[in-house]
Design a protein around this ligand. Structure first.
Ligand code: TEU
Length: 550
């Protein structure tokens, strides 16, 4: 398939490069960094939203799907960026936030003004018989999922912020609007689309409360109509593109559902983002709580989805980082003692799995969470709401801050660190979110003397060049090992030490004296012998079969 051997790089434009000194990233800034992107070598760049938006959720609250927000630039800048990347054979993936619009979108404003046609674009309901909210659903950003719809006495649904009104996908006019938007951007040369929380669009007509003690999310997640709507959108828009890449972000989903969304026979999406592996450090599934995470927790969840999606015929997007997640080297590595080793180990065990790898801006230079010391340093609506809730529920300010600083989405949204200057080479102004350790971690230093960037370049090349990686099967190896994740991709063997303790691993005998395809430790490597392979702290490698055995 045309996306099994591809690697995609995610840019959060607000934090990538500021070209006009206002402290906020923009499209011209991305244009200025095309040579850097070409050097890394991805096949496509996913741009988080840059459309017209009041920026309540940093652009995931869209007020006009066909226009560039003036703070991000112009449609001409956007076309120059698309064409500039194409000149380096790099495609562009747009982020389609189709579950909801901003309440500043024209459709919502016209609904508020009483136009029945647009009222049916949204999920508006009268109060419950007892005068309360229409149901017991909660916003993912805290509080109820219903807010008053003007002075009508009714309420509108918002699964996220109250300024993000959920669309009514049962309305065929809404579905047609979505297909028209995708086709509009296809007309501009866009061949990639990421669909935001797209498994939430299949809500039932009744919008019933969940039964007592049942998580309300089950009432609106992976609804029975999602696949129908995805097939319809596929057929009406991107399905006619011979070369395209589509990916759906799936919130609180299942392997079974995701195998359906991404099975090639179903003509829905090419692949899915799921998040179960990025919740292994949530105690009892609670994001806003902290607890130590067992070294093998991440590997076991990666394995479960690798094996499950292979069995189900689906396709995973492979990632540990994005604009919503704290930096993986801080969650699962050791940024203080083994930053380069743990960053490249995490990349290796992720990139060589069965799926399509995604690199989030900055992970290729080992960027870490910022070192903030006050809640006022944070900007994200979700984090600030969570801090207030933690205080309300009795946590001390210090404890609430400790939790938020570990979990905040801002951790991934600090500016890209290009150099060690006060603005990190990101801006000549005051960055909207402060960089904190660009003196040690930045592109210039990494390119001159680091080894993380070069490791990512090699991983991209391996994905391009070795069919066993792009098209091979997946089989776990030594799954019971407490501190190593190892697996086979046909004639490639991959292993990563998940800890800072040297360990040993029995490897398959056919890889005796195998050839190193990649290793994250510099210098000459010892010959791998089937007796026992020594893995140094956070050491990761991939082997092809030894000449003697093939
Ligand atoms: O994220 C949806 C989503 O599930 C995450 O926001 C998750 O709920 C949160 O990170 C906490 O765990 C998508 C976008 O990636 C996110 O940036 C948007 O805020 C959200 O949808 C609403 O559009």
């Amino acid at each position: 398939m045309s996306f099994h051997d591809k690697v995609i790089y995610q840019i959060y434009p607000k934090s990538f490069q500021d070209s006009d000194g206002n402290g906020v990233g923009d499209l011209r800034g991305v244009i200025d960094r095309i040579p850097y992107l070409a050097e890394l070598g991805p096949d496509m760049v996913w741009l988080s939203p840059f459309f017209v938006s009041p920026q309540r959720d940093n652009g995931y609250d869209v007020a006009d799907y066909r226009a560039v927000d003036p703070t991000m630039g112009t449609i001409d800048d956007l076309q120059e960026l698309i064409d500039g990347l194409a000149g380096h054979r790099i495609g562009v993936m747009f982020d389609m936030v189709f579950n909801h619009t901003s309440t500043e979108h024209e459709w919502f404003r016209r609904a508020l003004a009483g136009e029945e046609r647009f009222r049916d674009y949204y999920l508006i309901r009268p109060p419950a018989p007892d005068g309360g909210l229409p149901n017991n659903w909660e916003s993912k950003f805290g509080g109820p999922a219903w807010s008053k719809f003007g002075d009508t006495g009714d309420y509108y649904l918002h699964l996220f912020d109250r300024t993000q009104a959920d669309l009514n996908w049962r309305n065929p006019e809404v579905r047609q609007e979505m297909a028209d938007i995708v086709n509009f951007w296809i007309g501009h040369g866009v061949t990639g689309f990421r669909f935001d929380v797209i498994n939430l669009i299949g809500k039932e007509e009744q919008l019933r409360s969940s039964p007592k003690d049942v998580d309300p999310r089950v009432m609106y997640t992976d609804g029975e109509d999602v696949e129908t709507y995805l097939r319809e959108l596929h057929d009406a828009s991107f399905g006619r593109l011979a070369e395209r890449i589509t990916v759906g972000e799936m919130s609180s989903t299942s392997i079974q559902a995701c195998a359906g969304y991404s099975h090639p026979d179903n003509q829905e999406l090419d692949m899915v983002f799921s998040f179960h592996h990025l919740k292994v450090d949530y105690p009892n599934g609670q994001k806003w709580a902290l607890a130590p995470v067992k070294p093998d927790a991440l590997k076991l969840k990666l394995h479960e989805w690798a094996e499950g999606m292979q069995t189900g015929g689906g396709w995973n997007a492979l990632f540990l980082n994005n604009h919503d997640q704290p930096r993986s080297v801080c969650r699962f590595g050791d940024p203080a003692g083994y930053r380069a080793e743990s960053a490249t180990m995490l990349a290796t065990i992720t990139h060589l799995l069965r799926g399509t790898p995604f690199i989030y801006m900055g992970e290729e230079i080992g960027m870490t969470d910022p070192e903030y010391d006050s809640i006022t340093d944070y900007a994200d609506i979700e984090a600030l709401n969570a801090y207030d809730e933690l205080i309300r529920s009795g946590h001390s300010a210090a404890e609430a801050f400790r939790i938020v600083s570990a979990r905040a989405r801002d951790n991934a949204r600090t500016p890209m660190q290009w150099d060690s200057s006060p603005g990190a080479g990101f801006t000549t102004g005051n960055a909207w979110l402060s960089p904190t350790n660009q003196d040690r971690i930045n592109v210039a230093t990494e390119l001159s003397s680091g080894r993380i960037f070069r490791h990512y370049q090699r991983l991209i090349r391996l994905r391009h060049e070795i069919p066993d990686i792009s098209a091979g099967s997946y089989r776990a190896w030594a799954l019971e090992h407490p501190s190593v994740y190892a697996y086979l991709r046909d004639d490639v063997f991959v292993a990563g030490n998940l800890t800072s303790e040297t360990t040993t691993l029995q490897i398959p005998e056919e890889f005796d004296h195998g050839e190193y395809l990649i290793n994250n430790y510099p210098g000459p490597n010892y010959p791998p012998t089937s007796a026992s392979l020594t893995l140094r702290p956070y050491e990761a490698l991939a082997l092809s079969k030894g000449e003697t055995t093939s």
